[in-house]
Write a protein of this length. Structure first.
Length: 381
């Protein structure tokens, strides 16, 4: 089993924290609070949290590719059934719980859970289409036609992008087989991303949420995994890369890429990839460290799924106009704490046991099949 890399966990933790701050800032604002002591340019940076999603795409491309290389030795040898089973085991249990909560409260017409975002008043039956789109990898496409229609479900557009990547990666690798063809496909995605964004610059749902608009970041992550499979930087070089890439990401986060979205997202993706290259240097000697960012990184999926549910519930208690100056910062702290608690509970009692149970049952089935056929259990793949 591969050991977790605490540098990559930290990057993932920073990415999810950017997303959490963004959604709180959009819901309640940060300026009318004790945070006013901070420079205005730093407060504005909170609204750049969507860059964290691009960072996630790079991390996902890297981790899924590198894990597949570690598990099967070659992308051309990916076991399709095992790959999809592992993805289902990791993603589906927590997702089904989150969707159940959203649908239940939405059908009861609870504000911020119902299909009424963006001034729309869609029928409750529309939940069936929305849930089907999340589970079948085209929620972002639905949003391109319907716009913003459900406060909670809107954020799951990025999950559809990642799910489509999970669907296509093993199929593409089994078809192309050769490493250079796989790299060429990644290169094509990297070129197509900016072109697509330039053609849809007037519609953020298209240039931010479309498959092609996001696949370049994922492809950069895939190429990073292929690079580090055969070459890793030395410890000193890795440290320099991490610092340089981290500073570049911080500068992009603070400065923003407004007006430069075509290549701005590419810059964020490349800086994230450079950080990952640095993170893989001397990783065997650096696994023991942990901290708040690493914790956030390890629980980023649960945080992503449930933070919007926590925030929607909080908005039903107090809206933006009802939150006073002195209350805004404690409300932010409560949001972060409640989200962390929800993520920890879901991971502990849903995600981790369900993931382990599904994988164990799969392994028992794969091992038992040759035995029933008269073969040796040790011959199972």
């Amino acid at each position: 089993m591969k050991t977790r890399n605490h540098h990559i966990d930290a990057l993932r933790g920073a990415a999810i924290l950017c997303v959490l701050l963004l959604h709180f800032a959009l819901a309640y604002g940060l300026k009318n609070s004790p945070l006013n002591i901070l420079p205005s340019w730093l407060l504005r940076a909170a609204y750049q949290g969507n860059y964290g999603v691009t960072m996630f795409f790079v991390i996902s491309g890297y981790l899924i590719t590198s894990t597949s290389l570690h598990r099967w030795g070659s992308l051309a040898r990916i076991d399709l059934a095992a790959f999809y089973l592992y993805r289902i085991a990791r993603l589906l249990p927590a997702l089904l719980l989150a969707l159940s909560i959203i649908v239940l409260l939405g059908v009861l017409d609870v504000p911020y859970f119902a299909n009424s975002d963006g001034g729309k008043d869609l029928p409750a039956s529309y939940f069936l289409i929305a849930i089907a789109s999340v589970l079948t990898f085209w929620h972002n496409v639905l949003m391109q036609s319907a716009g913003y229609f459900n406060y909670c479900l809107n954020v799951y557009w990025s999950l559809s992008v990642e799910e489509m990547f999970y669907l296509l990666l093993p199929l593409s690798c089994r078809i192309l087989r050769r490493r250079h063809w796989i790299m060429l496909l990644c290169g094509a995605a990297i070129v197509a991303g900016p072109v697509y964004r330039s053609l849809h610059a007037d519609n953020e749902i298209y240039f931010m949420y479309g498959y092609i608009a996001c696949f370049d970041a994922i492809a950069i992550g895939c190429l990073t995994a292929l690079l580090t499979q055969h070459w890793q930087a030395g410890a000193r070089t890795g440290q320099v890369l991490r610092w340089a890439a981290g500073l570049a990401l911080a500068a992009l986060y603070v400065r923003g890429i407004g007006g430069h979205e075509v290549f701005g997202f590419s810059a964020i993706a490349l800086a994230s990839a450079a950080y990952i290259v640095g993170a893989t240097a001397g990783q065997a000697a650096s696994q023991a460290r942990t901290g708040p960012l690493q914790w956030l990184g390890r629980h980023s999926y649960e945080l992503y799924l449930f933070h919007i549910i926590v925030l929607a519930a909080m908005r039903n208690v107090v809206d933006k106009t009802g939150l006073g100056y002195a209350e805004r910062l404690p409300w932010l702290a409560l949001f972060l704490a409640a989200t962390a608690l929800a993520a920890a509970l879901v991971a502990r009692y849903v995600s981790e046991p369900a993931n382990a149970a599904i994988r164990q049952r799969w392994r028992r089935g794969v091992t038992a099949a040759p035995a029933r056929a008269g073969g040796s259990p040790g011959a199972a793949p």
